[in-house]
Design a protein around this ligand. Structure first.
Ligand SMILES: [Zn+2]
Length: 210
């Protein structure tokens, strides 16, 4: 159990990350979503105001960290998580889900046919974390640790980031989005939680600004 002091340090670490140079440089469009510095700034503000919280423990099987869109909480595996670019990259992944939650419009009482899919939201998170790693480390993800980053979702996310960087474009082509969405749906961690290619997301907002 982390005490309150640890938790404050953890909140500060994520806030610092949200306004760090590598995160501020992330800027792309994937499907219906634009992921850029303004989104990460929203997460920074929500953390500062306590509308998004940070918890330690309570991680689902097969996940390094997670974002709980019901309670609006970053769940980290232990206190002091987020040292080094690899762990920070995984926090960036979860912070994309926090952005999606902040913009989420799901209401059980009024289903919307335009809700994005879980796999599309995951695809955006994998591309964002690949950009983060490249910007932070000046090297692609798989040159750091081939074993940890050999998962297709990591590799495809990085391939998309590389392609955009090389072309100077910011919009992820639809074919690439679909390829990454299929890789998410085929990943055991997502199969285990029942995610299918076309499952719709449940991002429901993080509450009003105070
Ligand atoms: Zn995710």
């Amino acid at each position: 159990m982390a005490d309150d002091k640890d938790n404050k340090a953890q909140v500060q670490l994520i806030m610092d990350l949200m306004i760090s140079e590598p995160v501020k440089r992330i800027n792309f469009m994937l499907g219906s979503m634009k992921i850029d510095g303004s989104g990460f700034m929203e997460v920074f503000n929500a953390l500062r105001e306590g509308r998004i919280k940070v918890g330690v423990g309570n991680i689902p099987a097969n996940a390094a960290a997670s974002y709980d869109y019901t309670d609006n909480v970053f769940d980290l595996p232990r206190a002091n998580y987020g040292n080094g670019a690899f762990e920070k990259m995984l926090i960036v992944h979860e912070s994309v889900h926090a952005i999606q939650d902040a913009r989420g419009t799901y209401r059980p009482e009024c289903p919307s046919p335009t809700r994005a899919t879980v796999t599309e939201y995951e695809a955006a998170a994998y591309v964002a974390m690949a950009f983060y790693y490249r910007y932070a480390m000046q090297t692609p993800l798989d040159s750091d640790n081939p074993t940890r980053s050999a998962k297709p979702v990591y590799k495809l996310g990085d391939a998309i980031a590389q392609k955009l960087l090389r072309s100077g474009k910011t919009v992820v082509p639809d074919d690439d989005v679909m390829e990454l969405r299929k890789a998410v749906a085929a990943d055991q961690a997502y199969i285990d939680i029942g995610v299918k290619l076309d499952s719709l997301n449940f991002m429901n907002g993080i509450g009003p600004r105070r």
